[in-house]
Structures are given as C-alpha cells and as structure tokens.
Write a protein that binds this ligand. Sequence first.
Ligand code: PPS
Length: 312
Amino acid sequence: MSSRFSSQVPDCVVQTCYEYEGVIIPNLMPLRVIKRVRTFACRPDDLFVVTYPKSGTTWTEHLCLLIKYDGDHSKLGGDHLTKHFPFLEMVEDLSNPTTSPALIDLAEKMPSPRMLKSHCHSPFLPADIGTDDPKAKVIYVARNPKDTAVSMYHFCHYIPNMPRYESWDVFFEEFLADRAPQGSWFENVLPWWRRRNHPNVLFLKYEDMKKDLPGTVRQIAEFMGKSLSDDVIAKIAEASTFKAMKNNPSSNPDTLIMKGIEKAGMEKPKDKSFMRKGVVGDWKNYFTDDQNKRFDELYEKQMAGSGLEFEF
Ligand code: PPS
C-alpha cells in the first residue's frame, strides 16, 4: 500500500491523486492550491457555484452567465464560459499540474462582481462560505449519486491526469468507499442541503433542471437579483439545453480539454465528449443488481432523516 494513502487504492489513483484530510484529490487540484482556497478572500457580491463533480456545474455556470448578460451570448466576447468562472482549486495546465499556474490567481485579480466555481467539501471551501452562514451567494447543485458516479467514471477516462480505472466495477468500489476523486458525495451534498433556506444559498437539483429549465432560469435570476422578461427567460433556456450547449464552443469544454490532451502528448479519445449524455437514469446501464443493492443500503443509511430526495 502506498504510504500516501490511508487505505488501499488502485494504482491509477496512486499515480494521479493524493490524500488530504481523508479526501482523495486529483493532482490537478494540488495541495498548494487547496490550502489557498481555504484562505481565499470572498467579497460579499461574489457568486459561487459549488457542486460535487459531474452534477451540472458547467450547465449552471452557463445559466448564470446568460442571466447576468440578459441572454446575450456575445457579451462573453467569444471566450469559453470557464474564463468568466474561475475554478478555484484547479490548475491552468492540465498536462502539468505540478508546475502549472493556478486559476485562483486569476480569481484573486478579477474585478467584482465575480463568479467562481468549486467542488471542495465545506471544510476546504473559503472560510467565509463553507459554513452555515455563508457571507457570499452560493448556488449548490446536486445530482443523484448514481448518475453522478457514472458521469465521473467516464470523465476520468477523458481528462489528462485523472485516474483511468480498469473497469466500472473497480470505480464503483472506490465510489462506494468514498475514495473516488473528491471523496464522499454525501459529505459534499448534505451540509448544503442543511443550509438550503439560508438567504445566500440556492440549492438546485440536476433532475429538476432537466424537468423545468425555464423555471430554473427564473429561480437563478431571482437569486441573482435580476428581473428578466419571459422572452429572455425562454431564450436563455433554449440556449442552455444539452444539445445547444454541446453545439456551442463557448459552453462545450471539449476544445479546451483537447488542447490539454495534446499538450500532455496523450492520444485524443475517440467518440468522447465532456457533454456525454446529459440524461437522468444512465446509471441503469452500469449498476449491476448487486451494486445497486449495496449502494441503496449505503444511501438509506447516509440520507436517513435528511429529507433530501432524488429522482433516479
Ligand atoms: S464538472 O467537470 O464536474 O464540472 O462536470 P459538470 O459540469 O458538473 O457535469 C457534467 C455533466 O453534466 C452534463 N451536462 C448537461 N446535462 C443536461 N443539460 C445540459 N445543458 C448539460 N450540460 C452539461 C454533462 O453531459 C455531464 O453529464 P453526463 O452524464 O456525463 O453526460
């Protein structure tokens, strides 16, 4: 067993991740940056999108930006949306996490009002927001953990320097044991569910966004203090469907990721996209009956008494 990990993990994890305070974190989010995130100075007009990975982060960022710009995509200046929404704990250069500059540098210099992204568990988030009384606005998005796990498994096989698990079965065991990259889904989601009625918190579910996108645009706009006409709301919702975002180079991260893959000298994955399926229920194509039963047992135990329910 590698001495850097408190329990046995697959070799692909040893090669691409580290453990910090019991959480397995990809090297793409180096400890030197994770430590800076905690002391990052928030401003009262910051807007954070916080999620467990693969829960609809990019989708929500896209919605926030279009809401900010009244549905006018040209205001992004042709940039990819991630340029407007620094990912606090991430490095700039996917091919070389050890020496790469970090996006937190960009975030620190950004003029207000800022929009920021993080996947950190509450104890690693900036001290001003990772508490029961966040001092800036936080949109937290949660997705049912079975679809989240499947999406994460594919993502690991797409991005440079993520662990390439031998099979779905291997990944499933790691996810079940809270050893997937970014640790426990429950530890990420449940504190934000508890804070859902705080005026600075908007708790969204991926499955509700799929069901009623215009309704979600309205909810986010209200949270951001923006008043939009029904026409603008409809326009934003139309531009934010899975298909529209996949076809839009400013919202589909594929081109940026391909650059990282090229730089890392890796083979470009064929027929793969960050915008993979964008559906509810894909887990049924992966979980065996036994895996489903074991996951349900864990889920019932961890979620007991929380009142948080998901559509699967
Ligand atoms: S990341 O890397 O953690 O920031 O990923 P994240 O953006 O949170 O999640 C990626 C998944 O969200 C899907 N997605 C969407 N679904 C529906 N509608 C829209 N507009 C949309 N945009 C992104 C994306 O396809 C990933 O899910 P999977 O299941 O892998 O397709």
